[in-house]
Design a protein around this ligand. Structure first.
Ligand code: SF4
Length: 234
């Protein structure tokens, strides 16, 4: 890295960070935006761009994506949402019909039951309209904070941080947070990350974690934030 590329607001930490500049998140985000440009968008952001951007559609697409590669979950979510993309339309399907539409995702039978139950609950208790409310979303079986935060962020532009395995791994390698679980990373980022990046951090670090800061053998030699990264655990 040349001197000209170094972050403008370097401040040097104390104790064990003596030789490491404090992590400049504004500078890092700008670098990563550019670095992930050639790669496919994270699944929920990609499907939102196709028009499936209601809170319900985002929640269902995220549920389908759990433990499923984006390459699989995207066409599967598309197939279901093309057939039925509202609580009323999904509630009209049987769990078996939903299962046959999402068959390639992981745990299709369980997810089909959960999707059907969510649609029925929205019809029964919320007049067919899913409210933009975290507590409500978390009452649905199969929906955890990762999906609830992502759906509220992408569909409603509400400030929530969605921490998946990539966001957890990368921010810990940076030394920006020091946590053992994605849940603790969420809390640590809520305390540290500037609000304007709360939704975008997932959008950026999913492709960054898939293609640059990969689980095994991350590409540190060509990484745009190498100069500030503590490479914890690498
Ligand atoms: S320098 Fe290496 S460990 Fe750090 S963010 Fe880049 S790829 Fe990941």
């Amino acid at each position: 890295m040349t001197h000209a590329n170094l972050p403008s607001r370097l401040s040097w930490g104390r104790d064990r960070l003596k030789l490491m500049p404090t992590f400049d998140i504004d500078w890092a985000i700008a670098q990563i935006r550019e670095a992930v440009n050639p790669y496919p968008k994270a699944a929920m952001f990609a499907i939102a761009q196709e028009g499936y951007n209601s809170l319900f559609e985002q929640l269902i697409a995220c549920l389908i994506s759990i433990r499923t590669y984006d390459e699989v979950s995207l066409p599967v979510a598309r197939r279901l949402l093309q057939q039925a993309n509202t609580p009323a339309a999904i509630a009209q399907l049987t769990p078996k019909q939903i299962e046959s539409l999402i068959g390639e995702s992981t745990y299709p039978e369980q997810k089909a039951r959960q999707i059907h139950a969510i649609a029925e609950q929205i019809m029964a208790h919320h007049n067919g309209e899913l409210p933009a409310d975290l507590t409500t979303l978390l009452t649905f079986k199969g929906v955890g904070s990762k999906c609830a935060h992502l759906a509220l962020g992408v569909a409603c532009n509400l400030p929530f941080i969605s921490v998946d395995i990539h966001v957890h791994r990368v921010t810990n390698r940076w030394g920006y947070v020091q946590t053992k679980t994605p849940e603790k990373t969420t809390l640590a980022l809520e305390a540290t990350l500037p609000l304007p990046y709360w939704i975008e951090i997932n959008q950026l670090l999913v492709p960054f974690g898939k293609h640059i800061c990969t689980g095994k053998q991350p590409h540190c030699a060509t990484c745009p934030v190498e100069s500030m990264c503590q490479k914890i655990g690498v």
